[in-house]
Design a protein around this ligand. Sequence first.
Ligand code: SF4
Length: 466
Amino acid sequence: MPVHDAALLLLGHGSTLNADSSTPTHQHAEEIRRRGIFAEVHVAFWKEEPNLRQALRLIAQRRVYVVPNFISSGYFTEQIIPRELDLDGPVTRRGEREIYYCEPAGLHPLMTEALLRRAREVVSESTEMIREPAKTACLFICGHGTSLNDNSTKVIHEQAAAIRARGLFADCQAVLMEQSPFVKDWRTLTACPDVIVAPFFIADGLHSFEDIPVLMGLTSNVKEFNFTNPHRENGRRLWYATAIGTVSFLADVILAQVRQFKEAHPETGRAAASPAPANAIDDELARFLEQNPPPWKIGELLIRPGFELRHRDDRDSDPAKLQNVTSIAGLREWIRLDRHGNFRPLRAAPNLRRGWIYHAGDLPTLHLALDYLYPAALANWMMARQGGLPATPWRETAERQTGRLRVVREIDDAALHELVAQHCQRGCLKRRLWPPATQHTGENPGEIPLLCPEACNFLVAGRARS
Ligand code: SF4
């Protein structure tokens, strides 16, 4: 299904607290990028950088397939994403650009295959096997369950019915954390001697690592306490899997959603009439490197000739003594945590780890690496240079907040300046463009500035926490 004249934009929820939340979305994007199906592959998140509102500015292609990496449809896929991306429906036309809004990954029928693979994998990765699962094993698909959104529960029941119909397991049931049938009742819900539990979540986190294992009476944390499969109890064996969204096969499910969209909207499947646009960000970056003597700077980073990246405090370090990061996925992992092992939800915080070196190899890979290190920084910088970077006033950002974050709508300017002093001035290298906290934004020769066109989730969440 090559779509060489289009981009894929994969959207995730992300988190300002959970370092694992965005990882599967990044991994699936990397796998799809590796296959060379699209001209560009990007990610964006509701709670992490790059955020949804900046997502489309990362993309050069005129045609963009947007796939929400969500387990079901609901509030985020039906309200938040269309609002943040300014979508009209399945097909949105904005000038020369066409945006195709696909169904969430979790709704595709191939999710049944993903569940079956996860169930097979978790058993085969252990030291024991289930000889005849069709006679002895029950597969539990475990979701959250909430009265606020019935869709995710419905999807889980549908998946359980589809798997039961195949007869590969003696039984397959949907179980929920907060609704009946409760996962805590697993011992009585099935009489099967072998039990497999697959959490139906897009990423691992509190629910899959702690909440479900606690409800099931297995352990207080499968990750920290090295839970080993199978768990044995009263002559029964139980295998506990990681979240379904972490299965590598999800990349195929995402592509299947694009394929399904193209079949449902044949008019969008044609090749673009006009030639593919040049990547304006690559061009701007190339010009910058040509016009300024090395080394170049961005945030805490130093860029040297040969597309070499390292921490600016490692300027004089012997490369042989630095950890050689050899892949873009390795770089993503390296920059995810600070030197104390804490999650870095704010990439412009001055806490980038030292001691590494990465050779991007070429300009597009340098562009990608910089997008990982400082999400959307290049796109914002290019737009600012061209005089077209819009800044979102604080009041507008505050009005968009929902749930517990609605509290930020009520803060006055004095409280806002206090918040900025606490979070932005102390802990962020970006220069604010948004009123009423606008800063001076001059450019230093040889440095790409980190620009902040609107208050980030970290700042908003900071207010909600305090
Ligand atoms: S709002 Fe503040 S903390 Fe957030 S990115 Fe902008 S400058 Fe940094």
